[in-house]
Design a protein. Structure first.
Length: 368
């Protein structure tokens, strides 16, 4: 009888879980995301891919800054390591823009794994510093990575192609090449954006679930203890320096994966893109979305990354916003920075938990 009641209780819990509105909501969202490549044009698919890459990088930065309390201003450096690392590992030696380019010609999937590993290695080389510095001191130290990275990207032409960058080889995985070669599926022509969508979506899901597991487990509690009071965390037996260094390496690997995805989406890497502005945008993402939360990182990444795309798309219909190069108004990129700069101020003043906590706070008010 006890066994039967136990089974009944388990079945009841499973049925209750399936009957929750949140379960249906996530299921509907998953089906929608899987169906979008069949209905959206290339512009929206590329915007979505950019948002997914930004979300992966923002999750990594939120583990470091939001959960552990370590300020990093050099996140764009590790994206550059991932993007250019993939190009070097996957491309074959050749000549572009008048000078030779180094390439190993490895399979695309192996090049992507090695590029993520290279970003983690770069983070590991910097991790002794990250383990000992904190707050603004770490922010200033990581700021140096941006200047070093920009110097290398512009001058190491054999690796990076210099100012004009270099072309990105297409990824091949499970016999599918993620290039612009058309593959018709259910009457819909699938090109690079449609194919990459089904590679980026599982990558984002895996990164989100992995980070969520970390934050909800013992490592997450240790990271939060370090963020709240590092001395008390050390007294409780938490190896503070080791955790800081390890999270820095993990955050670098997240950024490296995002860099690989960005390179595949843009199909060309340009050094100027991986600068200070990009690092500041990632900080804006985690502040706007919510510090220390995977959902907050994804929410902030979608907001910050899609805003300039939307302003560019609808610049003709918006007041004071002009299409790039036309004059007569504010450029979409500049306008978007004004808007999410204002959003940071609003979140800090009136919504400290970020946009991801807005729905939770409303639910609590209704219950009270």
């Amino acid at each position: 009888m006890a066994a039967r009641s136990g089974r009944g209780t388990g079945a009841g819990r499973a049925g209750a879980a399936l009957s929750r509105p949140r379960t249906y909501l996530w299921t509907a969202l998953g089906v929608l995301l899987l169906a979008l490549p069949f209905y959206l044009d290339r512009f929206w698919l590329q915007a979505g891919l950019f948002a997914m890459a930004a979300a992966i990088a923002a999750i990594g930065l939120n583990l470091l800054t939001g959960a552990t309390g370590q300020l990093s201003m050099g996140h764009a450096f590790f994206l550059a390591v991932g993007a250019y690392g993939y190009c070097v590992f996957a491309a074959r030696p050749g000549v572009e823009n008048g000078h030779g380019l180094t390439g190993l010609g490895l399979p695309g999937w192996l090049a992507a794994v090695l590029a993520v590993g290279a970003a983690g290695l770069a983070g590991g080389l910097f991790s002794p510093i990250a383990g000992r510095l904190r707050g603004a001191y770490l922010g200033i130290a990581t700021l140096a990575l941006i200047f070093i990275g920009q110097h290398v990207l512009f001058n190491a032409r054999d690796l990076t192609g210099g100012f004009n960058g270099r072309a990105v080889p297409a990824l091949s995985l499970f016999g599918v090449t993620f290039d612009d070669t058309r593959t018709v599926v259910a009457g819909v022509p699938f090109e690079s954006a449609e194919k990459l969508w089904y590679a980026a979506l599982p990558a984002l899901l895996a990164c989100a679930l992995f980070a969520r597991g970390i934050l909800r487990g013992r490592p997450g509690r240790a990271m939060n203890a370090i963020r709240d009071h590092r001395v008390a965390a050390g007294v409780m037996g938490v190896p503070v320096a080791r955790y800081r260094a390890s999270v820095f390496v993990l955050s670098s690997m997240y950024a490296g994966l995002a860099g690989v995805l960005l390179a595949l989406v843009f199909q060309r890497t340009v050094p100027e893109y991986f600068g200070m502005v990009l690092s500041l945008e990632f900080l804006a993402m985690i502040v706007i979305g919510g510090l220390g939360s995977v959902r907050g990182a994804v929410t902030g990444a979608v907001f910050v990354s899609l805003l300039p795309q939307l302003l560019t798309r609808y610049s003709e219909a918006l007041p004071l916003v002009a299409a790039p190069g036309t004059g007569g108004g504010i450029a979409p990129g500049e306008a978007s920075r004004y808007l999410y700069g204002a959003a940071v101020v609003v979140v800090v003043l009136f919504l400290p938990g970020g946009l991801s906590r807005l729905r939770l706070r409303r639910t609590r008010r209704r219950n009270t």
